[in-house]
Ligand binder design. Structure first.
Ligand code: ASP
Length: 609
């Protein structure tokens, strides 16, 4: 149907007859049958010219063309002329020095008036998602799809070169209480029973190690029925990797190589051969986050020694209760507006703080500072703090006091907002890859009164802590787990796994899994570990997030062909949707949803089912 794509014609084709097919991007009607069309296909744009002296009939057809009609044109390539001594070259497109003088045109398919223009920014994302098939025609979206393809292609190449086998694992699998809520699929053949969609192929990939596969990967669809946040989707894709006879450094080295190649081959960016490493504890202590953005400073500083004997009860009380006092110095942000300080305070409160103490250093001496708390602090404390935080005129200092986890989290969030207010990252093109290591193995949930796995139940403790896990001493255990972070985004994570039945059994005990549940839910994996399981470990990278950073967008929806919106709905196909009663009956399923109840509860159904 074509001899060239719309980005291909050049001076080398001048005088040749070529055929193009594509969409009308725009039309400029100069009158008297002289009409210019920008014709677009996936690859680019060509200028197509209809001249009345060549064919009045063709010009008449061209006059009727509208944006997004599909047309096929044949003609001769010519260099764009000079008009009144001015060049008409268009440097913005690859074909900008030439144009196609049409001798033949076929209107292949006409387009209705579009719901939104394709060549302008559209702020109504729901409208874009409803007409996603049109939205994807936009060159920016086509670029994202191409880059995403490049990422998966490179992933396959790199892992294949290293001897990894791509193996699919079931989508209809089994519900296991690993973390998030499962999506369930009723089984028609086994009435009353349900499959679960995999949250990740974690157990299957470990079972493949027990099968002697040694090196596995999969571009795996994963499903988690979670409340949606800005960059979460109910279904997402992971680059899922597992290998036998490896240690942490092996998996990290492989990931560095993989991400390095992905960034190079997609956008030509150079990632460092080795990524910096930071322990989980240091990451929280210094940046207040387990996925720190290290492209800027504003470090968290500990002020415990300065306020050890303070008369200010908020500070001394926090220390006495076993907590900490930390502060950040946002240099140059003294002039923050009341609105900005209110927003920082709101964020701090949302993260668990009671408020957000601050100092606006409007001068060099404490007497010139504006602050709701300095009046409670002694001269000595103020000066010691000034020295420790290097407080200079123009600075904004923000404090956190309380338990360590909360203080780190609060100041970590406030730190990011300060960087935003200070425009510290505007125009920044750094790629700060980072490993966060030595995660805790377990986390105690005070509300539920039980231990949870920080990564997942198959994660191995560091060798020094194995005996403690077996002995039931759960406090402070560290995991052989690692996350890879880029510019404050967690790209993925993994761990070295437990491969022995007894250690895995101890882990389940720690998590409160009963003997009964161990057999019914994890019998297969405990069994597999008892027949000569190799030591193994792996990692999963969030493909959507990687693609988002490669493409330089700020939403994963921009890099997924058909995403759900932030309410989990596919607006284009209108799913989820009600189904026919007959379909449900075949599945032995009856909905208890009650349209008349505010929470949708059935009559008589307890609030907490
Ligand atoms: N399956 C894990 C996850 O989805 C990653 C891993 O440990 O390999 O987070």
């Amino acid at each position: 149907m074509r001899t060239h794509t719309c980005n291909q014609i050049s001076r080398a084709d001048v005088g040749n007859t070529v055929t193009l097919i594509g969409w009308v991007k725009s039309k400029r009607d100069q009158g008297a049958g002289l009409i210019f069309i920008d014709l677009r296909d996936r690859e680019g744009v060509s200028q197509v010219v209809f001249k009345p002296e060549n064919s009045k009939e063709n010009s008449d057809i061209a006059e009727t063309l509208r944006a997004e009609d599909v047309v096929q044109v044949t003609g001769t390539v010519e260099v764009r002329p000079e008009i009144d001594g001015q060049s008409t070259f268009n440097d913005d497109i690859a074909t900008g020095e030439v144009e196609l003088i049409v001798s033949d045109v076929t209107v292949v398919n006409r387009a209705e008036v579009l719901p939104f223009p394709l060549d302008k920014e559209v702020n109504n994302e729901d409208l874009r998602l409803k007409y996603r098939f049109l939205d994807l025609r936009r060159p920016a979206m086509a670029r994202n799809l191409k880059l995403r393809h490049r990422i998966t292609k490179t992933t396959r190449d790199v892992l294949d070169e290293d001897g990894f086998l791509e193996i699919e694992t079931p989508i209809l699998s089994k519900s296991t209480p690993e973390g998030a809520r499962d999506f369930l699929v009723p089984s028609r053949l086994h009435p009353g029973n349900f499959y679960a969609l995999p949250q990740a192929p974690q157990q299957y990939k470990q079972l493949l190690m027990c099968s002697g596969v040694e090196k596995y990967f999969q571009i795996a669809k994963c499903f988690r029925d979670e409340d949606l946040r800005a960059d979460r989707q109910p279904e997402f894709t992971q680059i899922d990797i597992e290998a036998s006879f490896v240690n942490q450094d092996d998996i990290m080295g492989l990931t560095e190589k993989l991400l390095g190649r992905v960034f190079k081959e997609s956008i030509g960016a150079d990632a460092p051969a080795k990524f910096e490493r930071i322990t989980y504890n240091d990451a929280l202590n210094t940046y207040g986050s387990d996925k720190p953005d290290t492209r800027f400073g504003i470090h968290l500083n500990d002020l415990g020694d300065v306020f050890a004997n303070s008369k200010f009860k908020v500070f001394s009380g926090a220390l006495k209760a076993g907590g900490c006092i930390k502060a950040i110095n946002a240099k140059g942000l003294c002039g923050a507006s009341t609105g900005q300080i209110d927003k920082l305070t709101k964020a701090a409160i949302e993260a668990g703080a009671k408020g957000l103490a601050y100092i606006q250093a409007r001068g060099t001496t404490p007497a010139e500072w504006r602050s709701p708390i300095t009046k409670f602090l002694s001269e000595e404390e103020l000066l010691a703090m000034q020295e420790k935080l290097n407080i200079e005129e123009g600075d904004l200092v923000l404090f956190g006091a309380g338990d360590w986890d909360t203080v780190c989290d609060v100041l970590g969030r406030v730190r990011l907002m300060c960087a935003d207010y200070l425009n510290l990252l505007t125009g920044n093109t750094d790629l700060n890859f980072l490993w966060v290591t030595e995660f805790p193995l377990l986390h105690f949930d005070k509300e539920e009164g039980r231990w949870h796995a920080v990564h997942h139940p198959f994660t191995r403790p560091i060798p020094e802590d194995e005996a403690k896990l077996k002995a039931g001493e759960y406090e402070g255990l560290r995991a052989q787990a690692y996350d890879v972070v880029l510019n404050g985004y967690e790209l993925g994570g993994g761990s070295i796994r437990i491969h022995e039945t007894d250690l895995q059994d101890s882990m389940f005990t720690a998590l409160g899994v009963t003997e009964e549940e161990k057999k019914s839910m994890f019998g297969h994996i405990l069994d597999a570990f008892s027949f000569g399981a190799p030591p193994h470990g792996g990692l999963a990278l969030g493909l959507d997030r990687v693609a988002m950073l490669v493409c330089g967008t700020d939403s994963i929806r921009e890099v997924i062909a058909f995403p759900k919106n932030n309410r989990g709905t596919d607006l284009m196909s209108a799913s989820p949707a009600e189904v026919d009663f007959k379909q449900l009956r075949e599945l032995y399923v009856k909905s208890t949803f009650n349209k008349d109840d505010k929470k949708g509860l059935a009559k008589g159904q307890p609030v907490k089912a």
